[in-house]
Design a protein around this ligand. Structure first.
Ligand SMILES: NC(=O)N[C@@H](CC(=O)O)C(=O)O
Ligand SMILES: [Zn+2]
Ligand SMILES: [Zn+2]
Length: 347
């Protein structure tokens, strides 16, 4: 068993960088690990126009470290789809270098108030995306009050994906942060226009982690962690080596006082140790040989972008994750902060 793992430089296909001081605090962690990242548009207010996406990209580039690793990090921009996104905006988006739009069903997750209330209202815009070759990134959860929270993804797969795919046969769709057996089965059985990202927390933990010895807010994200059988389905999906599944951390920083509160915001912060966490998950199922394609090949191949040329190196070495790091004026607690990890990114 090797103690050194060298991979083609990976990308993060689902990342929350936030804005202003928070952006400056978290960006270096991702820039150090990843060459590129799909940057999520759920700011307040959300990034709903091409012009806003361009301005946000400028703020990200301006916040990059001026020396050391990560200088050449490339943010890949997305826009937040609303009921009212005009089809005309898609051409402007494409010209501006925006590569995808994100579906937040209204009320499904952090900053989703402006999200879509009925997907059919957006069909003209989705058709424009299909035509222009922009991807559709989906937070795949229904929000109906009568659906159990743990069933939101399975019901989305059952009710929404069929009609959506029938209406837009060649729209590239990424089911983001997949969490269930039903989701895995759907994506594995789908055509070449459909893929999914998988987070480290959904590979490493089941829902017991939220409740072990008390309520643990740092394990609360959306879609929420699921039963063990679903985690096993996700592990099998990545172990299969299928090109339909790729890395998307969904690293979603929230200040610790907002996590450790009566109402806890949804999101796990993993950017500090994302590759290490994935390595641990893959090693746990004897699939370290599948990590490179998952982290570095399947994503760019699906997006139609070139693979990166450089490499990163992980070493088998114990180290302790900090319990907290600065987050603007506040503090940010990484998932598994204070615990020992077995892999370390060294170059
Ligand atoms: N995943 C999360 O739990 N939270 C994300 C939003 C999202 O990706 O749904 C966030 O922006 O905080
Ligand atoms: Zn989401
Ligand atoms: Zn997310």
């Amino acid at each position: 068993m090797s103690d050194i793992l060298t991979l083609t430089r990976p990308d993060d296909w689902h990342l929350h960088l936030r804005d202003e001081a928070a952006l400056a605090s978290v960006l270096p962690y991702s820039a150090r690990q990843f060459a590129r990242a799909i940057v999520m548009p759920n700011l307040r207010p959300p990034v709903t126009t091409a012009a806003q996406a361009v301005a946000y990209r400028e703020r990200i580039l301006a916040a990059l470290p001026k020396s050391g690793p990560g200088l050449d990090f490339q943010p890949l921009m997305t826009m937040y789809l609303t009921d009212n996104t005009p089809p005309d905006e898609i051409k402007r988006a494409k010209e501006a270098g925006v590569i995808a739009l994100k579906l937040y069903p209204a009320g499904a997750t952090t900053n989703s108030d402006a999200g879509v209330t009925d997907l059919r209202k957006t069909y003209a815009t989705l058709e424009a995306m299909q035509r222009e070759g922009l991807l559709f990134l989906v937070h795949g959860e229904v929000t109906d009050a009568d659906i159990d929270l743990f069933d939101r993804e399975a019901v989305f797969v059952d009710r929404v994906m069929g009609p959506l795919r029938a209406a837009m046969p060649e729209l590239k769709i990424v089911m983001e942060h997949l969490t269930t057996r039903e989701g895995v089965q759907y994506v594995a059985g789908s055509d070449r226009f459909t893929a999914a990202t998988i987070t480290p927390q959904h590979l490493l933990f089941n829902r017991n982690a939220i409740f072990t010895g008390g309520l643990r807010p740092h394990y609360y994200c959306l879609p929420v962690l699921k039963r063990e059988e679903h985690r096993q389905a996700l592990l099998q999906a990545v172990a299969s080596g299928s090109a339909k599944f790729f890395l998307g951390t969904d690293s979603a920083p929230h200040a610790s006082q907002l996590k450790e509160a009566a109402v806890c915001g949804a999101g796990c912060f993993t950017a500090l140790s994302a590759l290490e966490l994935y390595a641990e998950a893959f090693e746990g199922i004897g699939a370290l040989d599948k990590l490179e394609a998952f982290a570095s090949h399947h994503g760019p191949d699906f997006y139609g972008l070139p693979r990166n040329t450089g490499t990163v190196t992980l070493k088998r070495e114990s180290w302790t994750l900090p319990t907290a790091v600065p987050f603007g004026e506040a503090q940010l607690k990484p998932l598994r902060g204070g615990e020992t990890l077995n892999w370390k990114l060294i170059a």
